[in-house]
Design a protein around this ligand. Structure first.
Ligand SMILES: [Zn+2]
Length: 290
């Protein structure tokens, strides 16, 4: 009973932080009150391994070339494992690089066959979720898994919703495709949510996910501090990797992150979405789905 009360209190507190951050200051991580480094923190509702205070997962979408060319070598130089939700044409275009990434311990996840999003995006008008059925979505989820398994020899265990959108159809005929993801994958990752994931409460098929693209180190550090304060799991998603540009994870931010998390005094567990999700499923007292 005591544990349940703690979980509720923590959840309410984070909702408050999220709303304040959005109202007060635009931009990721802005307006979040961060604790002083290494100051004593309250006991957590969820216990991470090896006395870590929080978990962080880095994920990158669409198998963009700069991930293989810049991002993975940088991560490998620090021994940090990330999750890559791949576009199938891009996977085929640099297959040896993605085979090497897998061999180095990174996770390769399912990101659909056609990357369908709402038809309000012109690029998705011919493959609009509004025009999809659940049967079509189920078939394509399985096709993507089969193709990745054929190319890399591993079957994906986690999925990233293209554009973070989780529906098919329109109006009264609209349906969530979360159950399709839940029945096929250990976890489903979102996009542009407003807060970290609470491991003691979350639905693993709808992981809260925050944007990594464009963040300065100070902005990312504020998100990390918020996550540590509550003992949560920060799931991050980026696209390109480079010095600057649209949808790009800044290399200086990524390097600063790698330097920061290698210090065990900072209390972070950094691992793939699949590895952290498996730990959460096996260790929380909340009656987990799997
Ligand atoms: Zn994508």
């Amino acid at each position: 009973m005591k544990t349940i009360l703690v979980v509720v209190a923590v959840s309410v507190s984070v909702v408050g932080l999220s709303s304040c951050a959005r109202v007060q200051v635009p931009g990721p991580g802005a307006g979040v009150e961060a604790p002083l480094p290494h100051e004593p923190l309250p006991p957590l509702a969820f216990v991470w391994p090896e006395d870590r205070r929080a978990a962080v997962s880095l994920s990158f979408d669409d198998a963009r070339a700069s991930q293989a060319d810049i991002g993975i070598p940088l991560l490998d130089s620090y021994g940090i494992k990330a999750t890559f939700y791949v576009s199938l044409p891009a996977l085929r275009a640099k297959l040896p690089a993605w085979q090497a990434a897998l061999a180095a311990g990174h996770e390769i996840g399912n990101h659909s066959v056609r990357h369908p999003c709402t038809g309000n995006f012109p690029f998705s008008r011919e493959k609009a979720l509004e025009d999809y059925t659940l049967d079509q979505m189920a078939t394509e989820l399985d096709q993507a898994n089969a193709e990745i398994e054929k190319l890399l020899g591993v079957r994906p265990v986690t999925f990233a919703y293209p554009c973070g959108q989780k529906f098919v159809g329109r109006g009264v005929e609209a349906r969530s495709y979360v159950p399709l993801v839940a029945s096929r994958f250990l976890a489903g990752r979102g996009w542009r949510d407003e807060a970290p994931t609470d491991p003691a409460f979350c639905d693993l098929a709808q992981l809260m996910t925050m944007e990594l693209d464009g963040l300065t180190w100070d902005q990312l550090k504020a998100l990390i501090d918020q996550t540590v304060q509550h003992g949560f799991w920060l799931v991050l998603c980026g696209h390109n990797v480079g010095e600057s540009g649209r949808q790009a994870v800044r290399t200086d931010t990524l390097r600063a992150f790698c330097e920061y998390v290698r210090d065990p005094r900072n209390g972070l567990w950094v691992d793939t979405v699949a590895t952290v999700a498996r730990y959460v499923a096996e260790h929380r007292t909340f009656p987990a789905r799997r």
